[in-house]
Design a protein around this ligand. Structure first.
Ligand code: PRE
Length: 429
């Protein structure tokens, strides 16, 4: 990955040069790719979601939905799935430059001049850039874990800092970046809900995943001691991941949320704050001239954040290595469909690796009237499921053909190689 140390001084203005996209590609995104609007059908066979990518090459997922044995057999064999809905953590909704979670106060970050500045919404004029080097958008400033994830996903990339997740999505859509690398879940802090919502709102495709061991440090200005601290600032996920350890260290001062971990370090350095510590990476300490007061302060030594890589076009799914597929679906009749959908995977021995539910923003409430007892108000959800199979695998195609029967909306977010990096939790990124 290209270094974003202060000496490199990449200016974001240079990222927005006016060039045209490569031949055969356009700025427009095909909203139908991998989106299947479906109704109920009695026959499940030969349903095909055939689409064309922007290079003109057909990308087709054929859902031939054949169910090989009786429904009663598989319904009983997968009954265990019914209780497996994952509980959710707090939302990390971002608004503008500032994050507010659980009443944490927010801060305005004062940037340091010689580091690349995060893209803002106003930088996003549709002015594409397409060079030989992969440009990868991430949320945060240099030294953020997301920057390390971008480097792990694309080792020789030019990492482009963005001030919001939304901006990273748009940077790819507008050809300012070739890929975005964004966190979706952490082993301690849970899901990054904002990115689930954005995955649905935008038309990018998941083309890969990286799992990054996250090794947090407590950083302060040189000479500052723990006793001087009146507050600890960081990304809300990082605060959540270190809560118990901070208490054990006797640091019972206020916690305040900012947009990203490295941004917290930058803020302390830029404002010469001697009463404030940041939770961030050792690389952030180096970049912003802070000392490490404590290392490895995450509540679990094997703390891992999973990031997804996003692109304008999907990759061709394969079967010669482990693949994962991510889908999102909803149903007009609410959550009763969930068990049926999950059983389509259980029946075919396809393991699920993640289930997430988010409010159905277009139709958040469903009213069910009963003349005798009144009106029930059910909340409506979008369900996100990751499963361990490639879309090139006939089992996955059959499972999705069946899912399509049970759902009113189904979209394949991507089918991509699983991160199979050998387990090395103590390694610092
Ligand atoms: O703030 C950062 O450094 C980030 O990259 C963001 C983020 C997150 O969104 O969860 C990524 C990894 C860590 O889990 C903590 C924070």
């Amino acid at each position: 990955m290209q270094s974003l140390s202060p000496s490199s001084g990449i200016s974001l203005k240079s990222l927005i040069r006016k060039t045209t996209p490569p031949p055969g590609q356009t700025h427009r995104f095909d909203p139908v790719r991998f989106v299947i609007q479906c109704g109920h059908r009695s026959d499940s066979a030969n349903t095909s979601a055939s689409t064309v990518n922007t290079n003109g090459a057909p990308t087709s997922y054929n859902f031939a939905g054949h169910v090989g044995s009786s429904r009663a057999d598989w319904q009983s064999s997968c009954a265990i799935l019914a209780s497996k809905v994952v509980s959710q953590q707090q939302d990390t909704e971002k608004t503008g430059d500032i994050t507010v979670v659980n009443g944490h106060k927010t801060l305005d970050l004062v940037p340091i001049d010689n580091l690349p500045k995060p893209l803002t919404i106003t930088d996003l004029s549709p002015a594409p850039m397409h060079g030989a080097q992969m440009r990868v958008a991430y949320q945060g400033v240099p030294g953020a874990y997301s920057e390390a994830a971008a480097g792990k996903a694309y080792p020789n990339c030019e990492a482009i800092p963005c001030d919001q997740f939304e901006v990273a999505f748009q940077a790819v859509e507008l050809w300012i970046a070739d890929r975005a690398v964004l966190p979706v879940e952490n082993s301690l802090g849970g899901s990054i809900h904002r990115n689930y919502d954005l995955l649905l709102r935008h038309r990018l495709h998941i083309v890969g995943e990286v799992q990054l061991p996250v090794h947090h440090c407590l950083l302060a200005l040189p000479g500052v001691r723990k006793e001087y601290l009146t507050r600890v600032i960081s990304h809300p996920q990082a605060l959540a991941q270190c809560e118990l350890t901070l208490t054990k260290l006797g640091i019972n001062v206020s916690r305040e949320a900012v947009d990203d971990t490295a941004g917290a370090a930058e803020y302390i350095a830029a404002n010469n704050l001697r009463d404030t510590a940041a939770i961030a990476s050792a690389r952030a300490a180096e970049l912003y001239g802070l000392q490490i007061l404590a290392e490895g302060i995450q509540d679990d030594s094997s703390n891992v954040t999973r990031f997804v890589m996003l692109a304008r076009d999907p990759i061709i799914p394969r079967t010669d290595r482990p693949f994962k597929t991510s889908i999102v679906f909803a149903h007009d009749k609410g959550t009763s469909v969930l068990f049926k959908v999950l059983s389509a995977f259980a029946f075919r021995n396809i393991s699920l690796t993640k289930i997430e539910s988010r409010p159905h923003r277009n139709r958040p409430i469903r009213l069910v009237d009963d003349a005798n007892v009144g009106t029930a108000k059910h909340f409506e959800y979008m369900f996100y499921v990751d499963f361990e199979a490639s879309m090139a695998d006939v089992r996955a195609q059959n499972a999705l053909a069946e899912v399509q029967e049970f759902t009113s909306f189904l979209r394949v977010l991507g089918s991509y190689p699983m991160d199979m990096t050998p387990w090395c939790p103590s390694r610092e990124e």
